[in-house]
Design a protein around this ligand. Structure first.
Ligand code: WT7
Length: 649
């Protein structure tokens, strides 16, 4: 590891913006100066410039009760109005909002006027189903335009959405529905993935059987055309209901701190955290970052972010940021390799995409497939590339720039989190000289530092823990229903500074390099998974006595899930008769979702523990990554590691 870090920090390639790019860039260097002079004034100006406020705010930040921030809190706005109506009223109704492409190749082109009309009807439908401001609505949909329509309709009436990624299991969906006490679920019969329809409605049915739920209705979008079971009185077809409602809907203004959404993310315990975001501050930073980091010129650019709306990247950079800025974007339903390994590049050629935002794990799998696939297509429309989700290694960065960006485009490596709501650390493409592998600098108006364990800022060429030292507009407002966990998780380590959970270093120029999580959270393909959550899924299987999960380095996915499992004595015979590892992998996929399925499962007879009983994951990681096992002196029984290694070799 330390070797890799040294190599990284000696990365010497530099890419300054071209004169032409710099001259036409949205973001100029003065932004940093303005923000440094008057940080709050800067955000207030951005908010007034980028958004429409029904009632202008007079207060920018209320930090009188930390860590509970209020931004712009005496102002009122409507998020959907900002993303839709105002563009139509400004004469941009005919601009394409969404170029949608289904995996089988069917397409839809939706203008701002059309999207506005759809959302108005959907808002009326939600109201007719009894949804009121503040009520929670779960959304479990494929990447189809209705996902965007549903989110905006919920936002339009001041309700709160909880989008659950379509790859999550029925059980994960149920626990999220229960935690938020959702009254309504919006789903589809099924969606397309890898050339097949995957059922979603079935999972909703499974989630809602058993104990009584808070869910009163299930709205079902027709997409997969697969057969579905129907619960009369509860289930309703989206298209049937939309045909019955009024087309007119006037967007009402809500206070800036009206909750907008809850999005669940893995933490260090087994229970996912419902990260809560509100409206005014969130939309301000979403719009500001989307415009400045990606150098958006809404009249001419075609933007594409490949994230699913089930993740924060999809919330901020598919829905709220681009639509608030009046961007034209591509939305694609399926997987990158279907029906051929050049599908993404084909879409970039077809829609003349100029700004493209994706994850390092995708780039690394394309590198493996080879440059012949992208080279079949004309990618010359691209002018800005973005990366998010995990550190991008310099080789992947260079490949992305050369092969996809024609050795021409800037690449912005954007660091942020579900909790931060929007980008926090990133280059500005017309200003910053780029360094492959580094996220580089805090955005204007954002205060970041790296501290040692004692809370002292580290200097150049030193590493420590990344913190945010001042509140920011799109910061999480809490964890749904659990204010103590909010304080404990992010604010107990350094008091008034937000602890992100990431290790980071300053290089000799004082720029930031992210080094990965420092807690029991793994990053697999840019998605966060908790070791504790997978362990509890494994232990829920009748075979399992004990389980320990670690994230091991993986060439393509960044990290991979590796599990060490002890089988119960009285189950050994049954377990041996089966392929236990396969059985347990399937079980984890059923409990959490396919993304959590361990790459490797090792059956062992003991786990390495300290005298106080804490599992030493560090040692298991050594084994999983094929390294010599580190210091074992704090183990209760120092022989355990040799017994584990003997079993695996
Ligand atoms: C964690 C947040 C932000 C949307 C996607 C993931 C890691 C994210 C980067 C980056 C290095 C990164 C961090 C962070 N991460 N972006 N550019 N460089 N690491 O959101 O699921 O909330 O995960 O992803 O470890 O804490 P998330």
């Amino acid at each position: 590891m330390s070797n890799t870090i040294d190599n990284l920090l000696h990365e010497a390639r530099r890419f300054p913006p071209s004169d032409e790019f710099a001259a036409n860039a949205v973001a100029q260097a003065e932004l940093y100066e303005r923000a440094a002079e008057d940080r709050l004034g800067f955000w207030a100006d951005q908010s007034r410039e980028l958004l429409h406020w029904h009632t202008p705010f007079t207060r920018t930040l209320d930090w009188s009760n930390p860590p509970f921030a209020k931004w712009f809190d005496d102002g009122e706005l409507n998020v959907a109005y900002n993303c839709l109506d105002r563009h139509v009223l400004a004469g941009d109704g005919d601009r394409v909002a969404i170029h949608w492409e289904g995996e089988p190749g069917d397409t839809r082109t939706i203008t701002y006027a059309e999207l506005t009309a759809e959302v108005k009807k959907a808002a009326n439908l939600l109201t007719s189903l009894g949804i009121r401001a503040g009520d929670r609505v779960a959304i479990y949909l494929p990447m189809i335009p209705e996902a965007v329509v549903a989110m905006l309709a919920v936002a339009r009436i001041g309700a709160v959405h909880s989008v659950v990624f379509g790859g999550f299991s029925a059980e994960s969906l149920r626990s999220r529905i229960d935690d938020a006490e959702a009254k309504l679920v919006i789903t589809a019969d099924g969606g397309w993935r890898k050339g097949r329809v995957f059922p979603l409605k079935d999972a909703v049915d499974a989630a809602l059987t058993g104990e009584a739920t808070t869910v009163e209705h299930v709205l079902v979008v027709k997409r997969g055309e697969n057969e579905v079971a129907w619960t009369e009185g509860r289930d309703l077809w989206w298209h049937d209901e939309l045909a019955l409602v009024d087309a007119d809907h006037v967007a009402k203004a809500f206070p800036a701190e009206q909750p907008l959404f809850i999005l669940y993310t893995s933490g260090t315990t087994g229970k996912p955290k419902g990260i809560l975001h509100t409206t005014g501050g969130y939309l301000t930073q979403a719009a500001f970052t989307h415009k400045n980091v990606f150098d958006l010129h809404p009249e001419s650019d075609v933007y594409w972010c490949s994230a699913d709306v089930g993740w924060i990247t999809g919330h901020t950079y598919v829905v709220y940021g681009p639509l608030a800025n009046g961007a034209t974007q591509v939305l694609y339903e399926g997987t990158p390799e279907t029906p051929h390994p050049g599908r993404w590049w084909e879409l970039i050629e077809k829609y003349k995409v100029s700004i493209f935002y994706t994850a390092p794990t995708a780039i690394r799998s394309f590198m493996k497939l080879g440059r012949q696939h992208p080279q079949r297509f004309d990618l010359s429309s691209l002018r800005v590339l973005g990366s998010v989700g995990e550190p991008i290694n310099p080789e992947a960065w260079m490949w992305y720039r050369d092969v996809i960006g024609g050795d021409r485009t800037p690449i912005v490596d954007t660091w942020w989190q579900t909790e931060t709501g929007a980008i926090m650390v990133s280059a500005l493409p017309g200003v910053t000289t780029l360094k492959p592998g580094s996220a580089q600098v805090p955005l204007p108006g954002i205060s970041i530092d790296i501290l040692d364990e004692a809370g002292t800022p580290v200097g150049k060429d030193q590493g420590g823990l990344l913190v945010v030292t001042e509140p920011w507009p799109s910061m999480l407002r809490g964890i749904w229903g659990d204010p103590e966990r909010f304080t404990e998780t992010y604010w107990s380590k350094f008091g008034d500074k937000y602890f992100a959970g990431d290790g980071a270093r300053y290089d000799s120029d004082g720029e930031i390099w992210l080094m990965g999580r420092v807690d029991d959270v793994m990053n697999v393909s840019g998605h966060r998974l908790s070791t504790a959550e997978i362990e509890s899924a494994l232990v829920a299987h009748p075979f399992t006595a004990e389980a320990a999960v670690v994230g091991a380095a993986d060439e393509t996915t960044g990290q991979a899930v590796v599990a060490f499992v002890i089988i119960k004595q009285n189950q050994l015979e049954q377990a041996e008769a089966l392929d236990v590892a396969a059985e347990l992998r399937k079980h984890v996929a059923q409990q959490i979702g396919a993304i959590a399925r361990p790459r490797d499962i090792f059956i062992v007879s003991e786990l390495p523990k300290t005298r106080s009983g804490k599992i030493m994951r560090r040692l298991l990681r050594d084994v999983a990554e094929g390294r010599e096992v580190g210091d074992t002196t704090t183990l209760a029984d120092t022989a355990v590691m040799s017994s584990i290694q003997a079993k695996l070799s």
